[in-house]
Design a protein around this ligand. Structure first.
Ligand SMILES: [Zn+2]
Length: 273
C-alpha cells in the first residue's frame, strides 16, 4: 500500500507538535517529526540530534537508526529509503506526518509523488493567533538566548511569514491541496477540527477517541520542541493563555490593521469562527 503524506506547514511554535500527535494517534498514521532536519548530515555529525520522541537515541531508534544520509546522497533518494523503512516497520501505514513546516521541504515529497511512490500530499497550513504567537516568540527568544524584541515586531514577523505561506499555497505550480487549521480551534473545538481534517486527508471520519490516541501515538520526532519528549504534556491538550494577560499583546494587534485583518482571515479559514 502506498501511503499519503500529511505535510504540516506554518511558523514555529504554532502547535505542530500537538497536531502531529493528534494525527498519529490514529491507527496506521505514523509521525516522522521534522524530517528535513535529518536530511542534513551535519546535524548527525555534530551531535546536534536530540533523542527521538520514541525514547531511543537517534542512532538506536528503530526508524531512524540506520538512516543517516550517506555522502553525496540526493535528498530524494534518502526520502525513498525513509519510505521503504517505514513500510518494513509499519506495513499497514496509510499516512505519514512530516512536521517540517517550511515550504521548501515539501519538494522531495512532490518528487516522490511524481514517481508514484506515495499516493498523495495533503498540506495542513497551521496558524496561531498573532497575539499568542508573539508572546510565545518572546519566551522562545529568552530560552534560546536570542536578542529580545518588542511584541509588535514579532507580530510583523508573523504577518510577513503568513504572507509567504499564503503566496506559496496560492501560486505553487503543483497546486498542492491545503487546509488551513487554526491552533486555537484544534484546542477548543478538537472534535470538529479533527473531523474536518479527517475529511480533507481522506481518513475514516468515525468518532475517534483522540484522548486515547494521544497516549498511543506512534511518532519518531527528533527535532520537534521539548514537549515531544515529555509524555505528560504531549498526551493532553493545554492552552497557553499568557497573552490574554498582556496589554502589549492585544493593543498593537488591533492597531496594526493589516495584521489584525490577516489574523481574522486566518481564524475564519482555520475553522475557528
Ligand atoms: Zn524513534
Amino acid at each position: 500500500m502506498k501511503p499519503a503524506v500529511i505535510y504540516i506547514l506554518g511558523t514555529g511554535h504554532s502547535g505542530s507538535t500537538i497536531l502531529q500527535y493528534l494525527l498519529a494517534g490514529r491507527p496506521n498514521i505514523i509521525g516522522l517529526g521534522e524530517v528535513r532536519q535529518l536530511t542534513d548530515r551535519r546535524n548527525w555529525r555534530q551531535g546536534l540530534v536530540e533523542p527521538c520522541s520514541c525514547g531511543a537515541a537517534v542512532e538506536t531508534c528503530s526508524l531512524w537508526g540506520d538512516l543517516e544520509p550517506v555522502a553525496a546522497e540526493l535528498s530524494v533518494d534518502w526520502y525513498k529509503r525513509v519510505l521503504s523503512k517505514v513500510s518494513i516497520l509499519y506495513p499497514g501505514t496509510t499516512h505519514l506526518v512530516d512536521s517540517s513546516k517550511s515550504t521548501k521541504s515539501i519538494h522531495p515529497w512532490l518528487k516522490l509523488l511524481d514517481e508514484d511512490l506515495i499516493s498523495g500530499i495533503h498540506a495542513l497550513y497551521l496558524v496561531r493567533d498573532v497575539r499568542g504567537w508573539a508572546v510565545s516568540d518572546e519566551t522562545t527568544r529568552k530560552r534560546k538566548g536570542r536578542p529580545p524584541q518588542p511584541l509588535f515586531l514579532s507580530m510583523v514577523d508573523w504577518w510577513k511569514n503568513q504572507k509567504l505561506f499564503l503566496r506559496f499555497l496560492k501560486t505553487n505550480e503543483k497546486n498542492i491541496a491545503f487546509l488551513t487549521v487554526s491552533y486555537e480551534s484544534l484546542i477548543f473545538r478538537t472534535d470538529a477540527q479533527l473531523s474536518r481534517i479527517a475529511d480533507f486527508v481522506g481518513i475514516n471520519g468515525d468518532q475517534f477517541n483522540w484522548e486515547d490516541g494521544l497516549k498511543k501515538a506512534v511518532v519518531h520526532d527528533v527535532w520537534g520542541n521539548r514537549m515531544k519528549n515529555d509524555f505528560s504534556t504531549r498526551s493532553r491538550l493545554t492552552y497557553d493563555d499568557r497573552w490574554q494577560y498582556r496589554m502589549s499583546a492585544s493593543l498593537p494587534a488591533i492597531l496594526l490593521f493589516p495584521i489584525w485583518r490577516m489574523n481574522q482571515k486566518l481564524r475564519r479559514d482555520g475553522g475557528l469562527i
